[in-house]
Design a protein around this ligand. Structure first.
Ligand SMILES: [Zn+2]
Length: 487
Protein backbone atom coordinates (compact mmCIF):
# COMPACT_ATOMS: atom_id res chain seq x y z
CA UNK A 1 0.00 0.00 0.00
CA UNK A 2 2.81 2.30 1.04
CA UNK A 3 4.63 1.59 -2.21
CA UNK A 4 1.52 2.37 -4.27
CA UNK A 5 1.25 5.69 -2.41
CA UNK A 6 4.86 6.48 -3.15
CA UNK A 7 4.39 5.64 -6.83
CA UNK A 8 1.27 7.84 -6.87
CA UNK A 9 3.19 10.71 -5.33
CA UNK A 10 5.94 10.39 -7.95
CA UNK A 11 3.39 10.19 -10.79
CA UNK A 12 1.48 13.19 -9.45
CA UNK A 13 4.75 15.10 -9.07
CA UNK A 14 5.65 14.40 -12.71
CA UNK A 15 2.12 15.43 -13.81
CA UNK A 16 2.42 18.64 -11.77
CA UNK A 17 5.80 19.41 -13.36
CA UNK A 18 4.38 18.81 -16.85
CA UNK A 19 1.38 21.02 -16.13
CA UNK A 20 3.66 23.71 -14.76
CA UNK A 21 5.93 23.47 -17.80
CA UNK A 22 2.85 24.04 -19.96
CA UNK A 23 1.84 27.24 -18.24
CA UNK A 24 2.49 29.92 -20.76
CA UNK A 25 3.00 33.46 -19.60
CA UNK A 26 4.04 36.72 -21.22
CA UNK A 27 7.49 38.10 -20.50
CA UNK A 28 6.08 41.36 -19.23
CA UNK A 29 2.85 42.83 -17.90
CA UNK A 30 2.51 46.59 -18.38
CA UNK A 31 -0.12 48.41 -16.35
CA UNK A 32 -0.84 51.90 -17.61
CA UNK A 33 -3.14 54.08 -15.51
CA UNK A 34 -4.14 57.53 -16.72
CA UNK A 35 -5.18 59.61 -13.74
CA UNK A 36 -8.70 61.08 -14.10
CA UNK A 37 -9.15 59.79 -17.65
CA UNK A 38 -12.85 59.70 -18.44
CA UNK A 39 -14.00 56.74 -20.56
CA UNK A 40 -15.45 59.02 -23.25
CA UNK A 41 -12.04 60.61 -23.87
CA UNK A 42 -11.19 57.44 -25.81
CA UNK A 43 -13.76 58.45 -28.39
CA UNK A 44 -13.89 62.25 -28.05
CA UNK A 45 -10.32 62.97 -29.10
CA UNK A 46 -9.09 62.61 -32.68
CA UNK A 47 -5.99 60.55 -31.98
CA UNK A 48 -2.84 60.48 -34.10
CA UNK A 49 -1.15 57.31 -35.33
CA UNK A 50 0.35 54.63 -33.11
CA UNK A 51 -0.93 55.62 -29.65
CA UNK A 52 -4.54 55.45 -28.57
CA UNK A 53 -5.51 54.55 -32.14
CA UNK A 54 -3.39 51.38 -31.93
CA UNK A 55 -4.84 50.51 -28.53
CA UNK A 56 -8.36 50.97 -29.89
CA UNK A 57 -7.69 48.96 -33.06
CA UNK A 58 -5.46 46.17 -31.75
CA UNK A 59 -6.78 45.95 -28.21
CA UNK A 60 -9.82 44.47 -26.53
CA UNK A 61 -12.02 47.27 -25.19
CA UNK A 62 -14.35 46.98 -22.21
CA UNK A 63 -16.66 49.92 -22.77
CA UNK A 64 -18.65 49.66 -19.58
CA UNK A 65 -16.15 49.33 -16.74
CA UNK A 66 -17.36 50.78 -13.45
CA UNK A 67 -15.82 51.56 -10.09
CA UNK A 68 -17.97 49.83 -7.48
CA UNK A 69 -17.11 51.94 -4.46
CA UNK A 70 -16.95 55.51 -3.25
CA UNK A 71 -14.96 57.69 -2.85
CA UNK A 72 -13.62 57.47 -6.42
CA UNK A 73 -10.19 58.96 -5.69
CA UNK A 74 -6.60 58.32 -6.77
CA UNK A 75 -5.14 56.19 -3.98
CA UNK A 76 -8.21 53.96 -3.72
CA UNK A 77 -8.27 53.58 -7.51
CA UNK A 78 -4.64 52.60 -7.91
CA UNK A 79 -4.90 50.15 -5.01
CA UNK A 80 -8.12 48.61 -6.38
CA UNK A 81 -7.00 48.21 -10.00
CA UNK A 82 -4.03 46.08 -9.02
CA UNK A 83 -5.52 44.22 -6.07
CA UNK A 84 -8.89 43.43 -7.66
CA UNK A 85 -10.73 44.57 -4.59
CA UNK A 86 -12.03 47.72 -2.88
CA UNK A 87 -11.18 49.93 0.12
CA UNK A 88 -13.37 47.77 2.40
CA UNK A 89 -10.81 45.00 1.91
CA UNK A 90 -7.49 46.59 0.94
CA UNK A 91 -7.71 49.44 3.44
CA UNK A 92 -6.78 52.34 1.16
CA UNK A 93 -9.90 54.25 2.13
CA UNK A 94 -8.95 57.50 0.41
CA UNK A 95 -6.03 59.72 -0.49
CA UNK A 96 -5.99 60.50 3.23
CA UNK A 97 -7.61 58.65 6.09
CA UNK A 98 -7.34 58.14 9.83
CA UNK A 99 -4.76 55.72 11.12
CA UNK A 100 -4.34 55.31 14.87
CA UNK A 101 -6.11 58.63 15.37
CA UNK A 102 -3.87 60.50 12.91
CA UNK A 103 -4.75 61.96 9.52
CA UNK A 104 -2.28 60.24 7.17
CA UNK A 105 -1.75 60.05 3.43
CA UNK A 106 -2.38 56.66 1.85
CA UNK A 107 1.35 55.86 1.57
CA UNK A 108 2.73 57.78 4.53
CA UNK A 109 5.13 55.71 6.63
CA UNK A 110 6.96 57.54 9.38
CA UNK A 111 9.08 54.48 10.12
CA UNK A 112 10.86 55.05 6.80
CA UNK A 113 12.80 57.95 5.26
CA UNK A 114 12.89 59.44 1.80
CA UNK A 115 15.77 58.40 -0.48
CA UNK A 116 17.24 60.55 -3.22
CA UNK A 117 15.58 63.88 -2.50
CA UNK A 118 16.35 66.50 0.08
CA UNK A 119 17.69 65.24 3.40
CA UNK A 120 15.18 63.91 5.93
CA UNK A 121 12.13 63.82 3.70
CA UNK A 122 9.23 61.74 4.91
CA UNK A 123 9.26 58.00 4.25
CA UNK A 124 6.62 56.24 2.22
CA UNK A 125 5.60 52.64 1.69
CA UNK A 126 2.75 50.35 0.66
CA UNK A 127 2.27 49.13 4.25
CA UNK A 128 -1.23 50.62 4.49
CA UNK A 129 -2.27 48.36 1.61
CA UNK A 130 -3.25 45.27 3.57
CA UNK A 131 -4.02 42.90 0.68
CA UNK A 132 -1.74 41.49 -1.99
CA UNK A 133 -1.87 42.66 -5.60
CA UNK A 134 -0.86 41.41 -9.05
CA UNK A 135 2.83 42.13 -8.45
CA UNK A 136 2.79 40.22 -5.15
CA UNK A 137 0.98 37.28 -6.74
CA UNK A 138 3.49 37.21 -9.58
CA UNK A 139 6.24 36.89 -6.97
CA UNK A 140 4.46 34.03 -5.25
CA UNK A 141 3.74 32.24 -8.53
CA UNK A 142 7.32 32.47 -9.81
CA UNK A 143 9.19 31.52 -6.67
CA UNK A 144 10.01 35.23 -6.19
CA UNK A 145 11.76 35.56 -9.54
CA UNK A 146 9.33 38.09 -10.99
CA UNK A 147 10.43 41.73 -10.81
CA UNK A 148 8.22 44.80 -10.74
CA UNK A 149 8.97 48.50 -11.05
CA UNK A 150 6.51 51.32 -10.33
CA UNK A 151 6.76 54.77 -11.98
CA UNK A 152 4.60 57.89 -11.53
CA UNK A 153 4.80 61.54 -10.63
CA UNK A 154 2.45 60.95 -7.67
CA UNK A 155 3.84 58.80 -4.85
CA UNK A 156 0.64 56.83 -4.32
CA UNK A 157 0.35 56.10 -8.04
CA UNK A 158 3.80 54.52 -8.05
CA UNK A 159 3.71 52.79 -4.65
CA UNK A 160 0.27 51.17 -4.54
CA UNK A 161 0.35 49.51 -8.01
CA UNK A 162 3.83 48.01 -7.65
CA UNK A 163 2.96 45.92 -4.60
CA UNK A 164 4.85 45.09 -1.45
CA UNK A 165 8.18 43.87 -2.86
CA UNK A 166 8.96 45.58 -6.16
CA UNK A 167 12.59 46.00 -7.12
CA UNK A 168 11.85 49.73 -7.21
CA UNK A 169 9.10 52.32 -6.97
CA UNK A 170 9.92 55.90 -7.98
CA UNK A 171 7.90 59.07 -7.80
CA UNK A 172 8.51 62.78 -8.24
CA UNK A 173 9.54 64.96 -5.33
CA UNK A 174 8.82 68.60 -6.10
CA UNK A 175 11.05 69.93 -3.29
CA UNK A 176 14.18 68.41 -4.81
CA UNK A 177 12.91 68.38 -8.42
CA UNK A 178 13.88 64.73 -8.79
CA UNK A 179 12.50 61.22 -8.84
CA UNK A 180 12.92 59.63 -5.44
CA UNK A 181 12.10 56.51 -3.47
CA UNK A 182 12.16 55.53 0.20
CA UNK A 183 14.13 53.34 2.63
CA UNK A 184 11.27 50.84 2.48
CA UNK A 185 12.68 49.87 -0.92
CA UNK A 186 16.38 50.72 -0.80
CA UNK A 187 19.01 52.88 0.88
CA UNK A 188 20.30 54.56 -2.27
CA UNK A 189 18.83 55.46 -5.65
CA UNK A 190 20.02 53.16 -8.45
CA UNK A 191 22.58 54.84 -10.68
CA UNK A 192 20.18 54.91 -13.62
CA UNK A 193 17.61 56.92 -11.62
CA UNK A 194 20.27 59.30 -10.26
CA UNK A 195 21.64 59.74 -13.79
CA UNK A 196 18.13 60.38 -15.09
CA UNK A 197 17.62 63.12 -12.48
CA UNK A 198 20.90 64.77 -13.49
CA UNK A 199 20.32 64.49 -17.21
CA UNK A 200 16.77 65.87 -17.02
CA UNK A 201 17.37 68.52 -14.37
CA UNK A 202 15.99 71.36 -16.50
CA UNK A 203 12.80 69.52 -17.43
CA UNK A 204 12.29 68.37 -13.84
CA UNK A 205 12.28 71.96 -12.60
CA UNK A 206 9.33 72.89 -14.86
CA UNK A 207 5.68 72.72 -13.76
CA UNK A 208 5.33 68.99 -14.52
CA UNK A 209 1.82 68.78 -13.10
CA UNK A 210 0.37 71.22 -15.61
CA UNK A 211 2.56 70.72 -18.66
CA UNK A 212 2.83 67.97 -21.30
CA UNK A 213 6.44 67.59 -20.09
CA UNK A 214 5.06 65.71 -17.07
CA UNK A 215 3.82 62.97 -19.38
CA UNK A 216 7.03 62.88 -21.40
CA UNK A 217 9.22 62.62 -18.33
CA UNK A 218 7.07 59.82 -16.86
CA UNK A 219 7.43 57.67 -19.97
CA UNK A 220 11.12 58.55 -20.32
CA UNK A 221 11.76 57.18 -16.81
CA UNK A 222 9.60 54.11 -17.52
CA UNK A 223 11.70 53.43 -20.61
CA UNK A 224 14.87 53.70 -18.55
CA UNK A 225 13.40 51.21 -16.05
CA UNK A 226 12.63 48.82 -18.88
CA UNK A 227 16.18 49.08 -20.22
CA UNK A 228 18.22 49.25 -17.03
CA UNK A 229 16.29 46.67 -15.02
CA UNK A 230 16.02 44.46 -18.11
CA UNK A 231 12.31 44.01 -17.47
CA UNK A 232 10.83 41.23 -19.58
CA UNK A 233 14.27 39.72 -20.16
CA UNK A 234 14.37 37.41 -17.14
CA UNK A 235 13.11 33.86 -16.71
CA UNK A 236 9.83 34.91 -15.02
CA UNK A 237 7.10 37.36 -15.98
CA UNK A 238 8.03 40.89 -14.90
CA UNK A 239 5.73 43.87 -14.45
CA UNK A 240 6.03 47.58 -15.11
CA UNK A 241 3.38 49.87 -13.62
CA UNK A 242 3.17 53.37 -15.06
CA UNK A 243 0.75 56.03 -13.95
CA UNK A 244 0.30 59.34 -15.73
CA UNK A 245 -0.46 61.85 -12.99
CA UNK A 246 -0.46 65.23 -14.70
CA UNK A 247 -3.69 64.46 -16.59
CA UNK A 248 -5.35 64.71 -13.17
CA UNK A 249 -3.30 67.51 -11.67
CA UNK A 250 -3.95 69.76 -14.66
CA UNK A 251 -7.69 68.96 -14.85
CA UNK A 252 -8.02 69.93 -11.18
CA UNK A 253 -6.86 73.43 -12.17
CA UNK A 254 -8.15 73.95 -15.68
CA UNK A 255 -11.01 71.48 -16.11
CA UNK A 256 -11.96 68.80 -18.62
CA UNK A 257 -11.50 69.81 -22.25
CA UNK A 258 -9.49 72.87 -21.36
CA UNK A 259 -6.69 73.61 -23.86
CA UNK A 260 -4.11 72.77 -21.15
CA UNK A 261 -5.61 69.35 -20.48
CA UNK A 262 -6.07 68.73 -24.21
CA UNK A 263 -2.37 69.42 -24.80
CA UNK A 264 -1.46 66.83 -22.16
CA UNK A 265 -3.66 64.21 -23.84
CA UNK A 266 -2.13 64.97 -27.26
CA UNK A 267 1.28 64.45 -25.72
CA UNK A 268 0.10 61.28 -23.96
CA UNK A 269 -1.02 59.92 -27.33
CA UNK A 270 2.48 60.49 -28.73
CA UNK A 271 4.18 59.02 -25.66
CA UNK A 272 2.01 55.90 -25.80
CA UNK A 273 2.84 55.54 -29.51
CA UNK A 274 6.54 55.73 -28.74
CA UNK A 275 6.26 53.38 -25.78
CA UNK A 276 4.35 50.76 -27.77
CA UNK A 277 7.16 50.96 -30.36
CA UNK A 278 9.75 50.42 -27.65
CA UNK A 279 7.81 47.46 -26.20
CA UNK A 280 7.26 45.94 -29.64
CA UNK A 281 10.96 46.15 -30.39
CA UNK A 282 12.37 45.11 -27.02
CA UNK A 283 9.78 42.57 -25.89
CA UNK A 284 7.57 41.84 -28.91
CA UNK A 285 3.82 42.40 -29.17
CA UNK A 286 3.10 38.71 -28.46
CA UNK A 287 5.26 38.71 -25.37
CA UNK A 288 3.76 41.52 -23.32
CA UNK A 289 0.31 42.05 -21.92
CA UNK A 290 -0.60 45.71 -21.60
CA UNK A 291 -3.70 47.19 -20.03
CA UNK A 292 -4.77 50.82 -19.94
CA UNK A 293 -7.30 52.12 -17.47
CA UNK A 294 -7.96 55.02 -15.08
CA UNK A 295 -8.16 55.36 -11.32
CA UNK A 296 -11.39 57.39 -11.67
CA UNK A 297 -13.06 59.73 -14.14
CA UNK A 298 -13.78 63.43 -13.79
CA UNK A 299 -16.78 65.72 -13.66
CA UNK A 300 -17.19 68.55 -16.14
CA UNK A 301 -17.02 71.90 -14.39
CA UNK A 302 -20.08 73.89 -13.37
CA UNK A 303 -19.47 76.67 -15.95
CA UNK A 304 -18.96 74.11 -18.74
CA UNK A 305 -22.25 72.38 -17.93
CA UNK A 306 -24.46 75.35 -17.07
CA UNK A 307 -23.28 77.56 -19.93
CA UNK A 308 -24.87 74.92 -22.19
CA UNK A 309 -28.01 74.59 -20.10
CA UNK A 310 -27.04 71.25 -18.54
CA UNK A 311 -27.61 70.43 -14.85
CA UNK A 312 -24.68 70.75 -12.47
CA UNK A 313 -24.00 71.76 -8.90
CA UNK A 314 -21.17 72.43 -6.47
CA UNK A 315 -20.48 71.71 -2.86
CA UNK A 316 -17.66 72.46 -0.48
CA UNK A 317 -17.20 69.85 2.23
CA UNK A 318 -15.26 72.30 4.41
CA UNK A 319 -18.16 74.80 4.27
CA UNK A 320 -20.62 72.00 5.01
CA UNK A 321 -18.47 70.91 7.95
CA UNK A 322 -18.30 74.45 9.37
CA UNK A 323 -22.07 74.97 9.07
CA UNK A 324 -22.84 71.57 10.62
CA UNK A 325 -20.46 72.20 13.52
CA UNK A 326 -22.07 75.61 14.17
CA UNK A 327 -25.50 73.97 14.28
CA UNK A 328 -24.27 71.22 16.63
CA UNK A 329 -22.63 73.81 18.89
CA UNK A 330 -25.93 75.68 19.18
CA UNK A 331 -27.60 72.38 20.08
CA UNK A 332 -25.03 70.85 22.46
CA UNK A 333 -22.89 73.84 23.52
CA UNK A 334 -19.68 72.16 22.38
CA UNK A 335 -17.62 73.30 19.36
CA UNK A 336 -16.25 71.02 16.64
CA UNK A 337 -18.29 67.92 17.39
CA UNK A 338 -17.42 66.77 13.91
CA UNK A 339 -13.65 66.52 13.98
CA UNK A 340 -12.86 66.73 10.29
CA UNK A 341 -13.84 65.82 6.79
CA UNK A 342 -11.82 64.08 4.11
CA UNK A 343 -13.90 64.86 1.08
CA UNK A 344 -17.10 62.89 1.47
CA UNK A 345 -16.34 61.17 4.73
CA UNK A 346 -16.71 62.86 8.12
CA UNK A 347 -15.26 61.88 11.51
CA UNK A 348 -17.07 62.53 14.78
CA UNK A 349 -15.05 64.05 17.60
CA UNK A 350 -15.06 61.21 20.12
CA UNK A 351 -12.94 63.10 22.67
CA UNK A 352 -15.38 66.05 22.66
CA UNK A 353 -18.39 63.71 22.89
CA UNK A 354 -16.83 61.86 25.85
CA UNK A 355 -15.61 64.92 27.74
CA UNK A 356 -18.98 66.63 27.22
CA UNK A 357 -20.76 63.49 28.52
CA UNK A 358 -22.91 63.43 25.38
CA UNK A 359 -24.73 60.42 24.00
CA UNK A 360 -22.89 59.22 20.87
CA UNK A 361 -26.10 58.10 19.10
CA UNK A 362 -27.82 61.43 19.76
CA UNK A 363 -24.82 63.38 18.40
CA UNK A 364 -24.61 61.06 15.40
CA UNK A 365 -28.27 61.62 14.49
CA UNK A 366 -27.92 65.37 14.89
CA UNK A 367 -24.67 65.43 12.88
CA UNK A 368 -26.24 63.53 9.98
CA UNK A 369 -29.22 65.90 9.97
CA UNK A 370 -26.93 68.94 10.03
CA UNK A 371 -24.68 67.62 7.25
CA UNK A 372 -27.70 66.83 5.11
CA UNK A 373 -29.08 70.37 5.50
CA UNK A 374 -27.60 71.88 2.27
CA UNK A 375 -29.77 71.12 -0.75
CA UNK A 376 -26.71 69.81 -2.63
CA UNK A 377 -26.49 66.89 -0.19
CA UNK A 378 -28.91 64.06 -0.82
CA UNK A 379 -27.91 61.84 2.07
CA UNK A 380 -25.64 62.06 5.09
CA UNK A 381 -25.33 58.47 6.25
CA UNK A 382 -24.38 56.92 9.57
CA UNK A 383 -22.48 54.17 7.77
CA UNK A 384 -22.81 51.64 10.59
CA UNK A 385 -26.59 51.80 10.10
CA UNK A 386 -26.69 52.28 6.34
CA UNK A 387 -29.20 49.46 5.85
CA UNK A 388 -31.83 51.46 7.73
CA UNK A 389 -31.73 54.28 5.14
CA UNK A 390 -34.12 54.40 2.16
CA UNK A 391 -31.20 54.49 -0.26
CA UNK A 392 -30.98 52.46 -3.51
CA UNK A 393 -29.08 49.21 -2.99
CA UNK A 394 -26.52 50.07 -5.67
CA UNK A 395 -25.46 53.12 -3.70
CA UNK A 396 -25.42 51.32 -0.36
CA UNK A 397 -23.10 48.71 -1.83
CA UNK A 398 -20.73 51.35 -3.15
CA UNK A 399 -20.55 53.07 0.23
CA UNK A 400 -19.98 49.74 1.99
CA UNK A 401 -17.31 48.63 -0.48
CA UNK A 402 -15.49 51.93 0.08
CA UNK A 403 -15.71 51.90 3.86
CA UNK A 404 -12.90 50.62 6.07
CA UNK A 405 -13.88 50.87 9.73
CA UNK A 406 -11.43 52.93 11.75
CA UNK A 407 -9.82 54.51 8.69
CA UNK A 408 -12.98 55.92 7.06
CA UNK A 409 -15.19 58.50 8.76
CA UNK A 410 -18.36 57.21 10.41
CA UNK A 411 -20.51 59.51 8.27
CA UNK A 412 -20.59 59.45 4.49
CA UNK A 413 -22.27 62.17 2.48
CA UNK A 414 -23.72 61.54 -0.95
CA UNK A 415 -24.26 64.71 -2.98
CA UNK A 416 -27.12 64.98 -5.43
CA UNK A 417 -26.20 63.44 -8.77
CA UNK A 418 -24.18 65.94 -10.79
CA UNK A 419 -23.02 67.87 -7.73
CA UNK A 420 -19.28 67.77 -7.18
CA UNK A 421 -16.67 69.37 -4.90
CA UNK A 422 -15.95 72.79 -6.30
CA UNK A 423 -17.12 76.36 -6.67
CA UNK A 424 -19.56 77.64 -9.26
CA UNK A 425 -17.01 80.08 -10.69
CA UNK A 426 -14.23 77.50 -11.08
CA UNK A 427 -13.45 75.84 -14.40
CA UNK A 428 -11.76 73.00 -12.54
CA UNK A 429 -13.04 69.44 -12.67
CA UNK A 430 -13.20 67.07 -9.73
CA UNK A 431 -14.18 63.50 -8.84
CA UNK A 432 -14.98 61.28 -5.87
CA UNK A 433 -18.71 60.62 -6.33
CA UNK A 434 -20.51 57.47 -7.47
CA UNK A 435 -21.81 59.19 -10.63
CA UNK A 436 -20.93 57.91 -14.13
CA UNK A 437 -18.66 60.89 -14.71
CA UNK A 438 -16.38 59.70 -11.90
CA UNK A 439 -16.94 55.93 -11.88
CA UNK A 440 -16.94 55.02 -15.58
CA UNK A 441 -13.34 54.28 -16.62
CA UNK A 442 -11.61 53.21 -19.82
CA UNK A 443 -10.27 49.67 -19.97
CA UNK A 444 -8.28 48.19 -22.86
CA UNK A 445 -6.11 45.07 -22.98
CA UNK A 446 -3.56 44.66 -25.75
CA UNK A 447 -0.76 42.26 -26.68
CA UNK A 448 -0.20 38.71 -25.45
CA UNK A 449 -3.22 36.46 -26.15
CA UNK A 450 -5.50 39.44 -26.85
CA UNK A 451 -7.81 39.35 -29.86
CA UNK A 452 -9.07 42.78 -30.94
CA UNK A 453 -12.70 43.42 -30.05
CA UNK A 454 -14.99 45.16 -27.63
CA UNK A 455 -17.80 44.58 -25.18
CA UNK A 456 -20.40 46.81 -23.59
CA UNK A 457 -21.19 44.23 -20.94
CA UNK A 458 -20.91 45.60 -17.41
CA UNK A 459 -17.40 44.98 -16.08
CA UNK A 460 -15.76 46.27 -12.95
CA UNK A 461 -12.49 47.88 -11.90
CA UNK A 462 -11.98 44.81 -9.69
CA UNK A 463 -12.14 42.56 -12.77
CA UNK A 464 -8.83 43.92 -14.08
CA UNK A 465 -6.57 42.09 -11.62
CA UNK A 466 -8.83 39.02 -11.80
CA UNK A 467 -8.43 38.97 -15.59
CA UNK A 468 -4.66 39.44 -15.63
CA UNK A 469 -4.15 36.74 -12.99
CA UNK A 470 -6.52 34.30 -14.72
CA UNK A 471 -4.79 34.82 -18.08
CA UNK A 472 -1.41 34.15 -16.49
CA UNK A 473 -2.75 31.21 -14.45
CA UNK A 474 -1.61 32.74 -11.19
CA UNK A 475 -3.66 32.99 -8.01
CA UNK A 476 -5.71 36.18 -7.80
CA UNK A 477 -4.74 38.66 -5.04
CA UNK A 478 -5.99 37.54 -1.63
CA UNK A 479 -8.76 40.15 -1.39
CA UNK A 480 -9.85 39.95 -5.04
CA UNK A 481 -13.61 40.11 -5.58
CA UNK A 482 -13.52 40.60 -9.36
CA UNK A 483 -14.37 38.13 -12.10
CA UNK A 484 -12.09 37.45 -15.09
CA UNK A 485 -13.24 39.04 -18.33
CA UNK A 486 -13.02 36.28 -20.95
CA UNK A 487 -14.94 37.30 -24.00
ZN1 LIG B 1 -6.60 60.27 -9.52
Amino acid sequence: MKRINRVLVVVMGVVALCVNAQVERPKLVVGLVVDQMRWDYLYNYQWGEGGFKTLLQDGYRCNNTIIDYVPTVTAAGHASIYSGTTPAFHGIAGNNFMLNGKNVTSVQDDSERGVGGNKDTRGKSPRNLITTNIADQLLLATNFKSRTVGIAIKDRASILPSGHRPIGAYWFDKGSASFVTSTYYMEKLPKWVADFNKKHHDELTTDLGNLPMGTTITFALAEQALINERLGQGEATDMLTISVSNTDMCAHYYGTHSPKVDSIYWQLDKEIAHFIDVLDQRIGRDNYLLFLTADHGGTHSYPRMTSHGLPSGCMSSSDILAAANAELERQFGIPKLIKEDMGFTFYLNHEAIDSGHLDYDVVMRAACLALQRPEEIQWAIDVAHIDTYPIPTILKERVKLGYFAGRSGEIYIVPRTGVYSGKTEWAASNHGTWSQSDSHIPLIFMGWHITPGETSRLTHMTDIAATVCAMLHIQAPNGCIGTPIFE
